[in-house]
Write a protein that binds this ligand. Sequence first.
Ligand code: BG6
Length: 513
Amino acid sequence: MTATAGGPWRNPLRDKRDKRMPRIAGPCAVVIFGVTGDLSRKKLMPAIYDLANRGLLPPNFALVGFARRDWADEDFGQVVYEAVREHARTPFRQAVWDRLAEGFRFVPGSFDDDAAFTELAGTLDRLDAERGTGGNHAFYLSVPPKLFPTVCEQLHRTGLAETRGGRWSRVVIEKPFGHDLASARELNAVVNAVFPEESVFRIDHYLGKETVQNVLALRFANQLFDPIWNAHYVDHVQITMAEDIGLGGRAGYYDGIGAARDVIQNHLLQLLALTAMEEPVSFGPAELQVEKIKVLSATRLAQPLDRTTARGQYTRGWQGGQPVVGLLEEEGFAPDSTTETFAAITLEVDTRRWAGVPFYLRTGKRLGRRVTEIALVFKRAPHLPFDSTMTDELGKNALVIRVQPDEGITLRFGSKVPGHLMEVRDVTMDFSYGSAFAEDSPEAYERLILDVLLGEPSLFPVNAEVELSWQILDPVLANWAPHGAPEPYPAGGWGPESAARMLAGTGREWRRP
Ligand code: BG6
């Protein structure tokens, strides 16, 4: 297990102290680059406030914004205030806010401005002295990857990337981490030239979700599921991340990126890894990563790609009773954009546990509703000792991990319909977080930001995972590239025809979540 300056990672499934007394971050400052962006306003600032409100940040904490804006500390404070009032999960408490806001600083400047970074270093020094942040600094790069080299170089030049004398310096990187394997390797090299791998925290916010961590609890804390969690019983696995929102306002990021790079390369492959991996020796970071890397190394694309993948682009349609425009009419998108807003792929995991079980991954914007789920669909019973007309409405058994919304688990199986006939029909049994637990789940970003400050790397994909994920996806992107425009699908539906054909070809169908 990797011991870091924040101390060895504690297993939350085993450590009783964590349950009653969550660990509090030590003295530190968080610097956000890209502080004017959407992510910062909607997720990062609110998560920092929510952590403070839950008593998980120390009194000697500071938040520093860096951006090309002519702001004083107070202007920055006002921006954070508005973000918190609009997006925080927990109630607003003036006393918590006042104490947190005392540690706000703003440094104006652009990323190629040496003087601005020298000023940033000075600001952090002063915070260490005035506020007792202890020389511990987390740099959050909420900026496009093309800016990583410049920012890393500046942090190196100013000595801010150095970890010395028990102080730590960590860098937090948001996806997209490259746009293919080659660019991801280049980026990794740039980042690792300045920050050693143990100081690099790559955010995949899906790993911060309670329901995603619950995949580990479900699989490894129970006796019930493991015996059937394999190719003997599982027919196939469907991993779906559907969104009802469109891409208005996100052209700058999304045009040219598309659904496969945006979601499959990271979130969905991580969900596959947690679903398919073997039991780790422990939940220490190194042990977890070894298992995820093993399973990603064994994951291959089913062939031929023309039949085992699908891509689409939404056209105008209806969503929630309102007419909505198609991608090509969304502001900022090129009128001939070939960016896909729906992507589906078929994977095989070449291990004894999974040989022959297809894993179908799909994601899309402007689909019927917002839902993320992992569904294990089981084989039919080898023999049904019933009159066949009595089992017309019996489908395949399924175990569905409902990642969001309505977080929980559903088990689908056949049951006798009341009456004198032996008719069998599908029924479901539900576990719902909302009714089983009194506590609300924290936002993924709360958990992940706290883990960065504690130096707990378990929920952050390492270099090797990122590169393996690109290695899996690259041939799909290369296969799609010469084909021009993706297949259109109407907003509010469930994606293009080719996605349905992709499963129909093997006698299966997508679940209608
Ligand atoms: C992000 C993607 O990583 O995840 C977005 O870039 C997507 O396109 C978002 O909308 C969805 O996150 P969540 O937590 O709402 O499922």
